[in-house]
Write a protein that binds this ligand. Structure first.
Ligand SMILES: O=C(O)CCC(=O)C(=O)O
Length: 293
């Protein structure tokens, strides 16, 4: 694999970058976020976990003068932080992210989900999966956007991807997992690929990884004793497609889940309006999502 075109430089998606994305299923944009923006997101994460943006079930609000480390050390992530933090909402709709997304998805792009990982030292990773298993689109346009808020390394649990695994790939069967690396009770069958085909996506803070919803990807446990692996991860898709998403069984399945935000272009289904359905929750250490596969 020639990885020359896997990096978006100077915040502009080139034709070669787009071709790389379609072939290998991922792309990296170096320095897409400014240092000041990264610092703001990092600080906002602390405020969210201190309970300053509202209560979240299971959040332990520290008493007295707890350090940021003390506040964050028990957590992996909060899902849907944009629902309680206008700052995170702004970053989920970041213009530079929207610009790249229009180049790989099309002119009309909507977002349905965000997660703010802190992945404290010792916390588990996420097993091999395809995002479309969880968030199904009708046109395979699901795209993950992974913004590194800390430098992401193999040691602190960076993303791993199997380049090209999204091509001509159906949603794969899930098989039980009993190891200690991942928080999940299962993982997706990789065949004809194996873990030997995987590459570690080590990126500096401020860099952004874009990846296709059918791409096999995972992350390992944070093996450091003192480094967080903070990342803002959101999912987007073409606004042309309906979104038959039941939010892992929390919502009745409808043909088009309308808790979405437009990040670029026009919403062809604007006449339906939008509806607040999702809400923030803390990611548990053990994730067990039962679905037919
Ligand atoms: O950041 C991680 O550890 C996993 C994120 C991921 O796999 C995803 O958002 O689909």
């Amino acid at each position: 694999m020639n990885t020359d075109h896997s990096i978006i430089k100077h915040k502009k998606l080139s034709t070669e970058n787009a071709a790389f994305y379609h072939q290998y299923g991922y792309l990296i944009a170096d320095g897409l976020f400014e240092a000041s923006e990264i610092a703001e997101i990092k600080e906002e994460a602390v405020q969210i976990f201190r309970g300053q943006r509202g209560d979240i079930e299971g959040l332990k609000i520290p008493e007295g003068q707890a350090s940021d480390f003390e506040v964050l050390k028990n957590y992996i992530a909060i899902h849907f932080p944009h629902k309680i933090s206008p700052k995170i909402l702004d970053y989920v709709c970041h213009a530079a992210v929207a610009e790249v997304l229009t180049g790989i998805i099309g002119p009309n792009v909507k977002c349905m989900q965000s997660m703010l990982f802190v992945k404290a030292p010792g916390k588990p990773g996420q097993s091999w999966h395809q995002d479309e298993y969880y968030i199904p689109t009708r046109d395979r346009s699901l795209t993950g956007v992974w913004v590194a808020i800390d430098d992401a390394t193999v040691e602190n649990g960076c993303l791993w991807v199997i380049p090209g695994s999204q091509k001509n790939m159906p949603i794969r069967r899930r098989i039980p997992y009993h190891g200690s690396e991942y928080g999940d009770v299962d993982l997706c069958e990789l065949e004809p690929f194996t873990e030997k085909d995987a590459i570690a996506v080590e990126v500096k803070k401020g860099s952004v990884v874009f990846f296709n919803g059918y791409l096999f990807h995972s992350s390992l446990r944070n093996k450091t004793t003192n480094n967080f692996r903070t990342a803002l991860v959101s999912h987007y898709m073409s606004a042309e497609s309906l979104l038959p998403w039941d939010w892992d069984g929390r919502l009745p399945l409808k043909e088009d889940m309308r808790d979405i935000m437009m990040v670029a272009g026009k919403d062809p289904y604007a006449h339906k309006g939008t509806k607040q359905l999702t809400y923030p929750f803390l990611r548990p250490d053990v994730v067990n999502i039962v679905k037919e596969s």
